[in-house]
Design a binder for this molecule. Structure first.
Ligand code: PFF
Ligand code: NA
Length: 452
């Protein structure tokens, strides 16, 4: 008989898809994908990224959901149980620890950047009631980054919003946040793409995004593309495993929901690119080397000049904040579920607050790296980029590599087949070899190439 999770269960297949999509679609698509593309030379990066999604991301996404749904508890305890049942090493539990540490690190800077989007939402709200226009977006953005107290305030507010949902638990908290606002964000992006077409720069933008210039590619580009693929699909830190634990078995095909989530996430990233680069080009900015400020210094130019631009600006940053919110919830959930299992079902609030508090404190490092400590360099990066690099580009691929090997080699065929029961035999075999050899090898090559 199918077990259920002590943390609660998604009420339907649709709810799971909404929650998993809510986790996937976030700052990774709309803030990070465009600026990583910008900083890594455009089309070639995008192509490598799409390859990573298809050959590594999607199959590992299915593995995480599968492991979670089989285990039904938080990642560490799921891995412990599965290792015991299949008589393999307890060492696999390390995957769960990598995940918890990566989650706390990612949430720390994620919340800071989400704080920027909250701040911009507020700026457009003020404009709507007569506040000053954003005439020089570059200056507005620099002013925000140079103010540690302002950054800390929005970072704190965002973290509180995140804790509030996680503290309430799966059914009451997570489901409500994702239902209507994700589709609204999608429609808004489509409208911005249509605006991009009216600028006359769509062709040039598409060329930048999709025409690969292989001469700008280095080992580092591959690592960034791989890291971005993991980050955007919420993979490698057991988030999807945790959400899989709350997924009913009846009538839910892991293959299908995996494809739905990956497709939606990829479309949102590409749409964001097609919305942003025409604006960048039409205002005479350089599409290359935009850095983390890219969307904040380019899109406001369009919002100030298009009809109803202030309303668009408000909706854009407001919905982006919501998208970031549904993702940060999922960043906090794995570690929270683990603490709940450790200290008891009545301790969800305290568990969520503990992890979020830790992440919030760590986030202050990112805040300071944008101003007072901007001169501090670790491995040629400022503190925030360094944390981003360690967590996104190293820990997530490493976690994913281990998850693939665990699913491919440690779990027995019966368990896999039971979870992927609707998958045609040939596809199942292909998936299993992707897990055993192809995905681990690709991740390993990319990690090694970038380091040596
Ligand atoms: N996938 C999210 C995004 O693209 O914004 C970020 C994220 C959420 C990464 C959850 C990892 C995670 F576990
Ligand atoms: Na994403």
């Amino acid at each position: 008989m199918d077990k259920t999770s002590i943390h609660g269960m998604w009420s339907s297949r649709l709810m799971f898809i909404l929650a998993a999509t809510g986790s996937a679609v976030g700052l990774g698509n709309i803030w990070r994908f465009p600026y990583m593309t910008s900083d890594n030379g455009g089309g070639a990066f995008v192509l490598v990224y799409l390859g990573c999604i298809l050959l590594v991301g999607l199959p590992i996404l299915m593995a995480e959901i599968l492991i979670g749904r089989h285990g039904r508890v938080s990642p560490i305890n799921t891995l412990r149980g599965l290792a015991r049942d299949s008589g393999t090493s307890r060492g696999w539990v390390a995957i769960g620890w990598v995940g918890i540490v990566a989650g706390i690190l990612i949430l720390s800077f994620y919340s800071v950047v989400a704080g920027w989007t909250l701040h911009y939402t507020f700026l457009y709200l003020k404009q709507l009631v007569g506040g000053a226009a954003i005439t020089d977006p570059g200056a507005t953005f620099s002013a925000l980054l140079s103010d540690p107290l302002e950054l800390t305030f929005w970072h704190a507010l965002f973290m509180l919003l995140t804790v509030a949902v996680v503290a309430l638990g799966v059914e009451k908290g997570l489901e409500r946040a994702v239902r209507f606002l994700m589709p609204a964000l999608f429609v808004l992006l489509l409208m911005l793409v249509v605006y991009g077409m009216t600028t006359g720069f769509m062709g040039q933008a598409a060329a930048f995004l999709f025409r690969p210039d292989w001469s700008v590619i280095t080992g580092g580009t591959f690592l960034s593309a791989m890291g971005q693929a993991f980050f955007t699909l919420s993979l490698g830190m057991c988030t999807m495993m945790t959400y899989g634990a709350y997924l009913p078995r009846e009538g839910v095909s892991i293959g299908r929901v995996g494809i739905a989530v990956a497709l939606t996430d990829t479309s949102v990233a590409l749409l964001a690119g097609l919305a942003i680069f025409p604006v960048v080009l039409s205002f005479g900015l350089d599409p290359a080397g935009g850095g983390p400020g890219l969307i904040f210094t380019s899109l406001p130019l369009a919002f100030e000049s298009m009809p109803f631009g202030i309303v668009y600006g408000l909706l854009f940053f407001g919905l982006l904040s919501v998208a970031a919110w549904t993702s940060s919830i999922s960043l906090l959930e794995p570690a929270t579920a683990f603490l709940v299992e450790k200290f008891g079902i009545g301790h969800r609030k305290r568990a969520a607050l503990t992890i979020a508090g830790l992440s919030w404190l760590l986030g202050l490092l990112s805040v300071l790296s944008l101003n007072l400590w901007s001169g501090v360099r670790i491995l040629n990066r400022d503190i925030m980029s360094f944390i981003e690099f360690i967590a996104n580009d190293l820990m997530l691929p490493l976690g994913g590599l281990l998850i693939a090997l665990f699913a491919g080699w440690a779990l027995n065929r019966t368990i896999l087949r039971e979870q992927l029961s609707d998958m045609p035999e040939a596809l199942f075999t292909a998936w299993r070899w992707l897990m055993r050899v192809v995905a681990p090898a690709l991740v390993l090559i990319v990690l090694v190439r970038a380091v040596v």
